[in-house]
Write a new protein. Structure first.
Length: 482
C-alpha cells in the first residue's frame, strides 16, 4: 500500500481499491501483518483467521475483474477490512461475550448486520475483545485478559466495545461494529480517539447479539458503527440500517438524505457538565471548542442543559443494573467462582442497589420504572423542540489506568458508576448519539464530545458531527506502537 493503513479511512481504502491503486488482497495482507505485530500489545482481537480473511479478499479481487468485464457495481465497502465485537454473530467465529460460560461458542451464521456488511463488499477480519457479558466500562475477562489503549498501554480502551475501539484506533481494522447499553460504543470511542454512533433502538438490527435484545434491554441496548471518521461511521450506518423482524424495536425507517441548508438551520444547545458529576478541565475545553467551531460554521449554538437528566440517570440504572442483574441471574447462579472480578463486582452493585425493582412486587416495580422512563423522555423531548441537537461531554474523565475505581475531579471524588452518566441518559431515552474526538488531556489522551439528537434522526446527528469534524481538522493517530 502507498500509505500507512493507520492513516486511511474506510472510504479512502475503498476508493483506492476501485481505482486499482491497491488490491483487496494487498489491503488484507497489510491489516493481517499489523494485527500480527500489534495485537500482542493491545489484545484487541480474540479470533482472527488469516486464511479466511485472504479467501474473502481474493473473492473481492475477482469481483473487480468481473466488473471490468460485466460492468457490475461494487459495494461502498468493497475490499475494506472490518472487525466485529465478539458479542455479535459472525459465522465461524467465536461469540463468547467474554465469559467462560460461553467458552468456545462458535456462531453458526452471520447476524443480519454482518450479512449486510458483507453484501456491501466488506472483508471481515475477525472479532474483538469485551468485558465479561459486556458489564463494564473497561475490557478485561478471564478468557483473554485485558485490552490496552493504543494511546497508553497502561490504560484501558474502555468497554464494553473496547477491543473494537483499540483495533480501529491502532489501524488493525478500518472500522467495525460495537454495542451500547450504557456508553459501550461511545466511552471506548472517546477513550481511543475515534468516532462512534449509538443509534435509536431498532434502527440497526440487534438480531444476533448476545445477550439477546428483549424486554427492558431492548429499550436501551443497541448495536452501532465505529470508525476513525464520521464519514465512515455514516457509510457503515447506511449499510447496516433497516428493518429486521428479530429486533423487537425495529421500525421501517428508511435512511434519509439531508440537505446542507436543512442541517445549518438546526439550533444546537451545549452544556459542559450536568451539575452533579464534575468533568475535567480539558473536557470542558473540548465541549466549548465544539460549540465555538459549530458557531463558526454558521450554526445557532446556545448554552442550555435539559431538565430531567438526573431522573433519567436513576431510571437507567433500574433498567441496566437491576433489571440486567435479574436477567443474568439464572445464567450466573451456581457459577460465581467462574466469573471475572469485574463481573462479580458489577453483580454486587446490582444486589446492593436500593432500586424499586428489588421490591416485593418486581413486576409492579418494573412497570413503575417503565412509566417513569416514558414520562422523563417526553419531558426532555418537549425541551428539544427548541434545540433538536445537544452537545455535551462523553464522560467525566479520559481513559483511566487499569483497575482504577475513582478519580479526583475539580476537588470532588468521581466514582466508577458515576463517570459515565453522560452516556447513560441517552440509552434510557433512546436518543441517537455520536462521538467525535475534540481535544486532549494534559497527559495526551484523546477526549471526545457527544452530539445527541432526537429518536430516528441519526441523519441530523451525523450531519452535524460531520460539520464539526471538518472544522476540527484531520484525524490524529495515536503514537506509533512499533
Amino acid at each position: 500500500m502507498t500509505s500507512d493503513p493507520l492513516l486511511l479511512s474506510a472510504r479512502e481504502i475503498a476508493g483506492q481499491i476501485r481505482r486499482k491503486v491497491v488490491s483487496p488482497v494487498e489491503v488484507a495482507h497489510a491489516h493481517l501483518d499489523r494485527i500480527e505485530r500489534l495485537n500482542p500489545k493491545l489484545n484487541a482481537f480474540v479470533d482472527c483467521k488469516p486464511e479466511a480473511v485472504l479467501a474473502q479478499a481474493r473473492e473481492a479481487e475477482k469481483a473487480i475483474l468481473r466488473r471490468d468485464k460485466d460492468k457490475d457495481e461494487l459495494g461502498p465497502l468493497h475490499g475494506v477490512p472490518l472487525s466485529i465485537k465478539s458479542a455479535i454473530d459472525v459465522a465461524g467465529h467465536r461469540c463468547e461475550a467474554g465469559t467462560r460460560l460461553r467458552a468456545g461458542h462458535i456462531a453458526a451464521e452471520d447476524a443480519p448486520l454482518v450479512a449486510r456488511l458483507r453484501a456491501a463488499g466488506a472483508v471481515i477480519l475477525g472479532v474483538t475483545n469485551t468485558p465479561e457479558l459486556l458489564m463494564a466500562w473497561e475490557t478485561d475477562n478471564l478468557l483473554y485478559g485485558r485490552t490496552n489503549n493504543p494511546w497508553d498501554l497502561t490504560r484501558t480502551a474502555g468497554g464494553s466495545s473496547g477491543g473494537e475501539a483499540a483495533a480501529i484506533a491502532a489501524g488493525l481494522s478500518a472500522g467495525g461494529v460495537g454495542s451500547d447499553g450504557g456508553g459501550s460504543i461511545r466511552v471506548p470511542a472517546h477513550f481511543c480517539g475515534i468516532c462512534g454512533l449509538k443509534p435509536t433502538p431498532g434502527r440497526i438490527p440487534s438480531t444476533g447479539h448476545f445477550p439477546k435484545s428483549g424486554g427492558p434491554f431492548a429499550l436501551i441496548g443497541v448495536v452501532g458503527p465505529m470508525a476513525r471518521t464520521i464519514e465512515d461511521v455514516w457509510t457503515l450506518f447506511e449499510v447496516m440500517a433497516g428493518w429486521d423482524d428479530g429486533d423487537p424495536c425495529a421500525a421501517p425507517v428508511e435512511v434519509r438524505e439531508i440537505h446542507d441548508t436543512a442541517v445549518r438551520a438546526v439550533p444546537i444547545a451545549f452544556f459542559e457538565d450536568d451539575g452533579r458529576t464534575p468533568v475535567t478541565r480539558e473536557t470542558r475545553s473540548a465541549v466549548n471548542r465544539a460549540a465555538t467551531l459549530l458557531l463558526s460554521c454558521g450554526f445557532r449554538v446556545d448554552p442550555f442543559r435539559p431538565e430531567g437528566l438526573e431522573e433519567a440517570r436513576q431510571l437507567w440504572w433500574e433498567f441496566f443494573g437491576t433489571a440486567g442483574g435479574m436477567i443474568l441471574e439464572p445464567m450466573l447462579r451456581g457459577h460465581e467462582s467462574e466469573l471475572s472480578p469485574i463481573l462479580r463486582e458489577f453483580h454486587s452493585w446490582t444486589k446492593a442497589a436500593p432500586a424499586r425493582l428489588l421490591a416485593s412486587e418486581p413486576g409492579e416495580s418494573l412497570l413503575a420504572a417503565w412509566l417513569g422512563r416514558d414520562a422523563v423522555r417526553e419531558k426532555i423531548l418537549v425541551q428539544m423542540r427548541k434545540y433538536p441537537v445537544l452537545i455535551c461531554p462523553t464522560a467525566a474523565i479520559p481513559a483511566f489506568r487499569h483497575g482504577e475505581r475513582e478519580w479526583q475531579v475539580e476537588g470532588k471524588t468521581v466514582k466508577y458508576l458515576d463517570a459515565w452518566s453522560y452516556c447513560e441518559w441517552f440509552n434510557l431515552l433512546g436518543f441517537p448519539a455520536a462521538v467525535v474526538p475534540m481535544g486532549y488531556s494534559d497527559d495526551g489522551l484523546p477526549i471526545g464530545v457527544q452530539i445527541v439528537g432526537r429518536p430516528w434522526e441519526e441523519e441530523v446527528v451525523l450531519a452535524v458531527a460531520a460539520k464539526l469534524e471538518m472544522a476540527r481538522g484531520s484525524w490524529q493517530a495515536p503514537p506509533r506502537l512499533e
